[in-house]
Design a protein around this ligand. Structure first.
Ligand code: ZN
Length: 138
């Protein structure tokens, strides 16, 4: 029975590590995607600019090309806005110190496990979690 207790503690630690890592990966993934989109946008602007220039220079018009490029730029800006929103939302979330789930910043208690989300809790968590030990399996 003593062995089971040790196992549970180990499992708890492992779960938290995974959650914490997942968190970091998610935000940095979004950031990476955002910077990719920013690079793509620069390329689109450049193509738009050089297309307009060569049309002017060679005296022809290709409104479809311009339209397509503008459409791509619009789409790109939409994606960037969405990514920025997702990053902001992730950063604004407060992460539960007990179960690792994300909650709106103004939440006082975790939506998942009902633990208190305030920082004072984190300092007391070690003492309290010993008496609060419940089965984590669902
Ligand atoms: Zn929780």
């Amino acid at each position: 029975m003593g062995l089971d207790e040790i196992k549970d503690v180990a499992k708890d630690f492992a779960d938290k590590a995974v959650t914490k890592t997942g968190e970091v990966v998610e935000v940095s993934k979004l950031r990476l995607e955002l910077s990719k989109q920013q690079g793509r946008l620069r390329g689109l602007y450049q193509r738009l600019g050089s297309s307009v220039y060569s049309m002017k220079e060679k005296d022809y018009e290709d409104p479809d090309l311009i339209d397509n490029l503008c459409q791509d730029i619009k789409e790109n800006l939409k994606i960037q806005k969405k990514l920025q929103g997702q990053i902001a939302a992730l950063k604004k979330m407060s992460v539960c110190p007990v179960c690792g789930s994300r909650n709106p910043m103004d939440s006082i208690y975790c939506n998942q496990c009902g633990s208190r989300l305030k920082q004072e809790f984190q300092q007391n968590a070690k003492e309290e979690s010993a008496s609060e030990a419940e089965p984590a399996d669902e």
